[in-house]
Design a protein around this ligand. Structure first.
Ligand code: ZN
Length: 369
């Protein structure tokens, strides 16, 4: 048995973000804009904001959005009487805006009430328009917000139907100025979503189709986008792949790669995509035998003859993008490993198609020294 749902209206294409003001009028009269400190100074984001007129702008979102930032944004939305929220950015501003859009229609003042095993989120939320500026998280089509709770050294996903954006404007032109590092990290985050959605124990046929197509496009266009950032065609392929990868994992959910990524981000400060990429090639080789013919279908679609060949290509991508490949690159000391291994057993690990033991992770990290 499986269910597929996607309540988000998607508009895709170069230049589509220019219709933001017009789209916002369909959902409310007073928008609030959520973005990042650096992004808010860029010409494209300033242009989107100026089309909206005089609107409150919250640009305090950091790369790992915190519970406190969500609460501050919700206070601003309430004080300003906003009735539609526009998130422009990578996963962080979008995730922060999703959580705040749900929080403002609850009776609580802090998202902490719903985070980390707290109360379930209700279905009510302000309409949220998501405009991704990276091709990675797929957050524009998922009911998930990954939040950081530094007071409790905890980074974890919050999920619920209230977190689906109502509308996504996916404009590949917004990714043209990404650095090589960010292009690589976000593309490998998207590849992790595609592969984990595909091999999750909860995989299902509609998400499988999206996963295979996303992975195929990433393997085919990664190098072009990294070496020629202005290549709009390669950027368009990666934007489409990240969107498809978001659709691929949002229902099956992620597995061991994302479970391992959380302590790599919170304790060792790797960016989310770099943290996912850190263990991805190991996971490909570890999980392939458990997938049987299903792995063959995926590998053939992506033009690989074996799991080893796919893993090798991922390793090449990481080197090209300047992402950490060894424990030393990631600033992880050998004596940190026992705690890192223990902290990796997030519930997402239970979705992995092959059981993962402490010894397996010890072997994986040992191989990276
Ligand atoms: Zn991810």
């Amino acid at each position: 048995m499986w269910t597929f749902t996607l309540p988000t209206k998607i508009q895709f294409g170069a230049g589509v973000s220019k219709s933001c003001a017009q789209v916002a009028r369909d959902y409310g009269r007073r928008p609030a804009v959520v973005t990042g400190k650096t992004l808010v100074k860029t010409d494209r984001v300033r242009s989107i904001i100026s089309d909206l007129g005089e609107v409150p702008v919250f640009s305090e979102v950091t790369p790992n959005p915190t519970v406190n930032q969500v609460d501050a944004l919700a206070r601003l939305i309430r004080e300003q009487g906003c009735d539609v929220v526009i998130a422009i950015g990578g996963g962080s501003p979008i995730d922060c805006a999703k959580a705040a859009s749900a929080l403002v229609l609850s009776e609580e003042s802090s998202i902490a009430a719903f985070f980390g095993g707290g109360k379930p989120l209700g279905a009510e939320h302000l309409p949220l328009i998501a405009i991704p500026t990276t091709s990675g998280t797929g957050s524009e089509v998922t009911p998930i917000a990954v939040l950081d709770d530094p007071a409790n050294s905890r980074k974890a996903p919050l999920s619920g139907p209230a977190l689906y954006p109502v509308h996504a404007l996916v404009d590949p032109e917004l990714t043209l100025s990404l650095s090589r590092y960010t292009t690589a990290a976000t593309a490998l985050d998207a590849l992790s979503h595609a592969l984990e959605g595909y091999w999750s124990k909860n995989h299902q046929p509609i998400c499988d189709l999206a996963a295979i197509e996303a992975a195929r496009r990433i393997f085919a266009n990664f190098e072009r986008a990294c070496t020629d950032p202005g290549d709009l065609q390669a950027r368009t392929e990666l934007s489409c792949a990240a969107l498809l990868a978001g659709m691929a994992f949002q229902l099956p959910k992620n597995a061991m790669v994302h479970a391992c990524s959380f302590p790599l981000s919170t304790r060792h400060h790797l960016a989310h995509g770099a943290a996912c990429a850190f263990t991805l090639e190991f996971a490909v080789q570890f999980n392939a035998p458990a997938l049987g013919e299903r792995f063959g279908d995926l590998a053939r679609a992506c033009h690989f003859s074996s799991a080893e060949a796919m893993a090798e290509r991922i390793h090449t991508f990481k080197r090209l993008g300047g992402l950490p490949c060894t424990l030393a690159d990631a600033g992880i000391a050998p004596e940190d490993l026992p705690e890192l291994v223990l902290a990796s057993f997030h519930p997402l690990m239970n979705n992995n198609p092959r059981e993962v033991t402490k010894e397996d992770l010890g072997r994986m990290y040992g191989g990276l020294s």
